[in-house]
Write a protein that binds this ligand. Structure first.
Ligand SMILES: [Zn+2]
Ligand SMILES: [Zn+2]
Length: 335
């Protein structure tokens, strides 16, 4: 395989030809088709991060010692599988999650590899990265489906978009009229700003997010989309449904996108609507829960009536009026 390696910090990358690794066990060999260039790559190339006040953080202290291949925003095609690698097939396009941990410690076992301190194997940091024709991934679980998202944009999602998303989720409770300043218009800032500003509700133990575009202060006939959040598929503009919603808001001059986090508790105890007779009980209670949460957030935003943007004919949200939100119209949106 061909790789572009840092052989000396601050010096041009060197092209090197090495043997293409053969996947063992659960490993997957990916052929790289897209690779984001992150600003962190430039610091890694320098050999240090400038912490200000003359302080530096040297990447060699994290085991990042030349020669090595940078690149932690990889996207590619499954090329070969180890004998125990399950769940993916050769030829599938996948986003590669780069923050790979030791796989053995408590945080790794809980699926939080990015917190691993007992032997992290971050691609492009501790392991050969994506400035290469191939990358070896320890397990198929680090490969994510991004169908519907442009490959080049998808490559950046597991670094810059996840960072902006998790920062937005750490915001304290905000009140109506509060503003959130996003500093910097780089890769993270632009993703964070795409939909205007974030509003968080305390309705659940964790946060749901609503993006308000334009002026909705009259609260009447506001174009609204209730959306079940999917971190990787959605991250602010990546998924088609979200992108279409934002385009619609732009055309209309305003709108509210409510992103409901999965696993929410707190279903209001109200009779389940009859309109959805054929759906399973689980699907019905899930829809009902979304209706309740969505209505609560909309009310907190001062919205009293909406034009519901709908992507699916099955989703009727008939219960919204029971929570004091009038649906002026339901408008299909082509995806
Ligand atoms: Zn990055
Ligand atoms: Zn670990």
């Amino acid at each position: 395989m061909l790789s572009w390696e840092i052989v000396e910090h601050g010096k041009p990358l060197q092209k090197s030809l090495r043997e293409t690794p053969k996947p063992q066990g659960t490993e997957v060999l990916m052929r790289i088709t897209r690779s984001g260039v992150c600003h962190s790559d430039l610091h890694i190339w320098d050999g240090y991060f400038d912490l200000g006040g003359g302080k530096r953080f040297y990447v060699k202290d994290r085991g990042c010692v030349p020669p090595f291949t940078p690149g932690h925003e990889p996207f590619g095609v499954v090329e070969a599988l180890g004998p125990r690698a399950k769940g993916v097939r050769a030829g599938q396009k996948k986003l590669i999650y780069p923050w790979i941990g030791c796989g053995k410690c408590a945080v790794c076992k809980a699926g939080q590899d990015n917190y691993c301190v007992s032997g992290s194997r971050f691609l492009g940091v501790n392991r050969p990265g994506a400035y290469s024709t191939h990358v070896l991934v320890p397990d198929p679980k680090y490969l994510l489906d991004t169908a519907g998202i442009d490959d080049a944009f998808a490559a950046t999602l597991a670094c810059s978009a996840v960072t902006a998303y998790s920062a937005a989720n750490k915001l304290p409770k905000l009140n109506k009229g509060d503003a959130v300043a996003v500093l910097g218009c780089g890769g993270l800032g632009l993703i964070g700003m795409l939909a205007g500003y974030a509003y968080l509700t305390h309705f659940d133990p964790f946060y749901h997010v609503a993006f308000v575009y334009g002026d909705i202060s009259d609260g009447r006939a506001v174009p609204t989309r209730l959306h079940r959040a999917n971190l990787i598929l959605d991250v602010f503009g990546g998924a088609k449904a979200v992108r279409r919603t934002l385009e619609r808001f732009k055309a209309e001059g305003r709108g509210v996108l409510v992103m409901l986090r999965d696993g929410a508790a707190g279903v209001p105890v109200v009779a389940i609507p009859k309109a959805d007779e054929t759906a399973s009980g689980e699907a019905r209670s899930r829809q009902w829960r979304e209706v309740g949460l969505g209505a609560q957030i909309l009310k907190d935003l001062g919205v009293s009536s909406i034009r519901l943007l709908s992507f699916s004919r099955q989703m009727t949200y008939v219960g919204l009026s029971g929570f004091g939100i009038e649906i002026v119209s339901t408008e299909p949106v082509e995806v």
